[in-house]
Design a protein around this ligand. Structure first.
Ligand code: SAM
Length: 267
């Protein structure tokens, strides 16, 4: 008998064969690709990926699932199954060399979507593209542009390093057990260099996070914890941005200008 899916590990297995095919088509694999699959589970995608690519490493935290997959692919030299937590996995091990970039694919556990993206981005020089199944609303947040209700600090973070696109929507009924919400298939194409140039990246992200903590407030008020009131107006004047703008209206370029002015004035 099959073990019960583990809710604690976000196990919602992909059952719909059409969606599996659509995912594989969207990833546009070639026989030169080096691929990392996150959370292969029972192998819904693994077998379809394996025979299209040069090398596939599949990282699964559930030992019973990874053992079953290892046995299934034991005769296939292209596939390596690793029993590990993806958040602790060193991606450089999966790539052949620093110059051969990885494609990363996964119908991932939703409860750690943001940490997974952050972990992958810490290896961004090694990755060409990331393809993930995420909750639909999360996907909308990632692709959101200034002025959208979904736009926030995480949209800025992802768009700084990658070009995100929702490829298609996946109905919740395509999974077992059926989750509470629909999903989408998201592509993050890694940028060769970040979307904007900024002097101090840490400060840039601190400013973005601080600004969105009170997204409806005027930016001059939300940044009071970062810059003293006497400097604020001059900084916004030099950056060419109105201090009454709200965070949700500011683009990455606006945030980079604000950051550079603050770094010049305060550090
Ligand atoms: N890819 C399979 C599919 O499409 O049917 C399974 C998808 S299921 C949503 C997520 C998978 O990720 C599960 O197999 C789960 O055990 C695994 N998983 C959960 N947390 C993980 C982690 N930290 N590292 C690696 N795998 C993880």
């Amino acid at each position: 008998m099959r073990p019960k899916p583990k809710k604690s590990l976000g196990q919602n297995f992909l059952k719909d064969p059409n969606i599996r095919r659509k995912i594989i088509a969207a990833c546009d694999f070639s026989d030169e690709d080096i691929v990392l699959e996150i959370g292969p589970g029972e192998g819904a995608l693994t077998g379809l990926i394996a025979h299209r690519v040069k090398k596939l490493t599949a990282v699964e935290v559930d030992r019973s699932l990874s053992s079953a997959l290892s046995a299934r692919f034991s005769g296939d030299p292209r596939v390596t199954v690793i029993n590990a937590d993806i958040l602790k996995y060193d991606l450089s091990v999966a790539s052949i060399s620093p110059s051969r970039k990885l494609k990363v694919v996964g119908n991932i556990p939703y409860y750690i979507t943001s940490p997974i993206i952050e972990h992958l981005f810490s290896f961004r020089d090694r990755i060409s593209a990331i393809y993930l199944t995420v909750q639909k609303e999360f996907g909308q947040r990632i692709i959101a542009k200034p002025g959208s209700e979904h736009y926030g600090a995480f949209s800025c973070y992802v768009q700084y390093y990658a070009l995100p696109r929702i490829e298609f929507i996946i109905k919740r009924t395509c999974f077992f057990p059926v989750p509470k919400v629909d999903s989408c298939f998201l592509k993050l194409e890694m940028r060769g260099k970040p979307a904007v140039r900024v002097d101090d990246e840490d400060l840039f992200f601190r400013i973005i996070r601080g600004s969105f903590q009170q997204r409806r407030k005027q930016i001059r008020n939300s940044l009071k914890t970062v810059i003293s009131a006497d400097k604020i107006l001059r900084i916004f004047d030099s950056a060419g941005i109105s201090p009454t703008t709200r965070a949700e209206e500011l683009s990455l370029l606006d945030f980079s200008r604000i950051t550079d002015e603050i770094s010049r004035a305060c550090y």
